[in-house]
Design a protein around this ligand. Sequence first.
Ligand SMILES: CC[C@@H](C(=O)O)C(=O)SCCNC(=O)CCNC(=O)[C@H](O)C(C)(C)COP(=O)(O)OP(=O)(O)OC[C@H]1O[C@@H](n2cnc3c(N)ncnc32)[C@H](O)[C@@H]1OP(=O)(O)O
Ligand SMILES: [Co+2]
Length: 137
Amino acid sequence: MITALDHIAIAVPDFEAAIKRFMEDFGLEFKGTEDVAEAKTSTAFFPLPPTQIELVHPLNGEGPIAKYLEKKPGGLHHICFRSDNIVEDVERLKAKGYQFLSDAPGPGAHGCKVIFIHPKSCDGVLIEINQPAADGH
Ligand SMILES: CC[C@@H](C(=O)O)C(=O)SCCNC(=O)CCNC(=O)[C@H](O)C(C)(C)COP(=O)(O)OP(=O)(O)OC[C@H]1O[C@@H](n2cnc3c(N)ncnc32)[C@H](O)[C@@H]1OP(=O)(O)O
Ligand SMILES: [Co+2]
């Protein structure tokens, strides 16, 4: 079951400048950065209960965010729904015809399991579903 809007992600070309903007201009709490090698993505999180902002930036200049930034100057990249049973939610949504970008969930930030639904399945919005590690995040 989907239980929360875990995060809203923004793709940014200048990671340090964007972190500074969200900290200093918008005054949000900065929880730090995490590189997720499997996703070829650097992340920065700003909690804004009941959700959080995730900045995403290419790790080592490659991966899906690099490709996105080749076409756009930056922008809203995805939203992420938190699930309490990702396997069950994926099965349920696959049965309804949603196209997933991998067969099974993989590693995400904070030890979460994550999987993505193709934007063409959801009115042009890239949807991530995550499930926090058992010890939370
Ligand atoms: C750090 C881990 C994790 C977390 O814990 O939070 C993350 O958030 S990782 C974030 C980065 N990872 C991903 O984005 C993985 C999923 N994304 C992909 O697999 C790809 O980006 C994609 C969505 C399949 C697109 O890749 P590709 O088909 O190779 O790119 P194209 O440029 O050819 O685009 C095809 C089509 O899709 C549209 N598009 C691309 N990105 C987005 C987007 N973010 N939101 C909406 N639409 C998007 C693109 O405009 C093209 O449309 P058309 O031109 O109409 O065909
Ligand atoms: Co994300």
